[in-house]
Design a binder for this molecule. Sequence first.
Ligand SMILES: Cc1ncc(COP(=O)(O)O)c(C=O)c1O
Length: 401
Amino acid sequence: MAKEQLNPMILPDSAGNFGKHGGKISHPELAEALEELGTAFHNIIGDEEFINEMKRLQATYVGRPSPIYHAKSLSQRGAQIFLKREDLNHTGAHKINHCIGEALLAKKIGKTKVIAETGAGQHGVALATASALVGLECEIHMGVADIAKEHPNVSRMKILGAKIVPVSSGAGTLKEAVDSAFESYLVQMDTAMFAIGSAVGPAPYPEMVAYFQSVVGHEAREQFARQYGGLPDEVVACVGGGSNAIGLFNAFIDDESVALVGVEPAGEGLDKPGRHAATMAKGTFGNIQGFNCYYLQEEDGTPAAVHSIASGLDYPGVGPQHCLLKDNGRGRYESATDQECLDAFLILSREEGIIPALESSHAVAYALRRAAELDSSKRLLVNLSGRGDKDIDYVLGKIEL
Ligand SMILES: Cc1ncc(COP(=O)(O)O)c(C=O)c1O
């Protein structure tokens, strides 16, 4: 079952590597726990009962399949723009796809708690939701800068029963939250499962998260062919750690006519170190938080400061599968600035009546730019990874309306 869901190009070897990227954790105690998790994951995805339960929840709880919408006003610019509406999922983003899987897995292996980091709060909300659903304790680590910015999501997590651990070290954003969550996990490994928020980290996480997110691409490919005929020319998704993008790309990897386009945060400009988080454009190879990938680093190998207007993209590393797709040329990685993101946020809101997450607005920004370069026969399918309710106060603080 599992093996059919992910394209062999993005499956790891036995050492958890995707080309030179990825890998397993070296910390001995953690290595043992993750080995067990990997085995449990591979077992459950061959288990019909588990898969049926996951599919039942995807349909009746998450609201899958999410529709594909032809954004005709946006498409006036040139190429036709289509949106895969992951923003319409329960909890408002794609993150619920892997959280349902992770929570069911935690339950299956006898854990009573899940621990995770969150940036924009979408993974935190989705995990708190899935934990409430299956009956697990939930501990979410979140940087203090993100707590201030993503306040509505913090309230939602609390209401859902999650314990929030504020992280004030460093910049108080996603990277520090990951460190803090891992530290907490290390002392609770017997009872807790680490439920990572993106297709990053040591094995088995990139494979596991990509597997649970692959429903997006499988659905989209079938829906697009049925509703609009054929395949899109480009599939487009924002890239933070890379979970929504890999979930979409996976189903199109063998379709050579379809370009796979990831959009990174260029923040205040790619020429301003510390003021963007464009890992693919500016990162170099190395090891961050237990896995190898391209990442933004200082000369001594420590992760560099990063910035994006979108908290969920504000991470100095990126998933190993995307690094591989960059290396082998199958993926193309572009970027959008904070300003382009804000413009796209407003354009989608005002031309189509859809308020997108700031993260997803990066993909929309690229699509608007790209559509204007192409004629109306071309078709771009954009993963609208989340809705922007969480961002409205922040945006109103930035722009005068
Ligand atoms: C709505 C939304 N889209 C995208 C992302 C980026 O994550 P990923 O690259 O794993 O899809 C986030 C992260 O918080 C998010 O909340």
